[in-house]
Write a protein that binds this ligand. Structure first.
Ligand SMILES: [Zn+2]
Length: 158
C-alpha cells in the first residue's frame, strides 16, 4: 500500500474509534513508521540487496509493537500522571498506527507474523492499483458510516 493510503486508512480507522484529533495525528505518524525505520532503499545494487533482505522483517514484526504498547500501558499505570499519560497515549496511538500499517501490508504483500523472518499474507491487490484506492475508499466509507451511524439512523427513521 502506498504511504498516502496507509496514512489515510489508518487516520480514518483511529478517527472512527477514538474521535480524537491528537490521536489521529499520532497514528498517521505511526502509519509510516515500519517503513521509515528501514530507511530508503540504497541506489548501490549490493547495498540494495542487503537492505532488501531485511525489508519487512523486524520493522514489520507485530509482537514487537504489541510489546511496546503493553509497556506504554504499564508505564501509564505506574506513573499516574496526566502529562505522562497524554504522552504515552500519543506513543500508543503511533504504535497502533504502525500495527495497522503491518495489517495493511499483509493484504497486499507478506509480513512476518510468528517469527521475524517468515512472512505471511494475502495479496488482495497490487500496490498503487485502482483496487488499492477502491479498498481505501471502502474503509473510509465504513469508518464514516460507523462514526455517523446515529445521524444516518435518525435521518432514515431506522
Ligand atoms: Zn511496510
Amino acid at each position: 500500500m502506498k504511504w498516502i493510503n496507509h496514512q489515510i486508512v489508518t487516520g480514518f480507522i483511529v478517527y472512527a474509534a477514538s474521535d480524537n484529533a491528537l490521536f489521529v495525528a499520532s497514528s498517521i505518524v505511526g502509519a509510516v513508521l515500519p517503513d521509515k525505520v528501514e530507511g530508503s532503499p540504497p541506489q548501490d545494487s549490493r547495498a540494495y540487496w542487503k537492505w532488501r533482505k531485511n525489508h519487512r522483517t523486524w520493522s514489520h514484526y507485530p509482537p514487537l509493537y504489541i510489546a511496546l504498547i503493553l509497556a506504554a500501558h504499564f508505564a501509564t499505570e505506574y506513573f499516574q500522571n496526566p502529562h505522562v499519560e497524554l504522552i504515552l497515549s500519543l506513543v500508543t496511538y503511533a504504535l497502533f498506527g504502525a500495527l495497522l500499517h503491518i495489517i495493511e501490508d499483509a493484504i497486499c504483500g507478506k509480513v512476518p507474523v510468528f517469527t521475524p523472518h517468515r512472512k505471511h499474507g494475502i495479496k488482495l491487490f497490487k500496490v498503487g492499483s485502482w483496487q488499492e484506492y477502491f479498498f481505501a475508499a471502502l474503509i473510509i466509507g465504513g469508518c464514516l458510516l460507523f462514526r455517523f451511524k446515529d445521524l444516518f439512523l435518525s435521518e432514515f427513521n431506522l
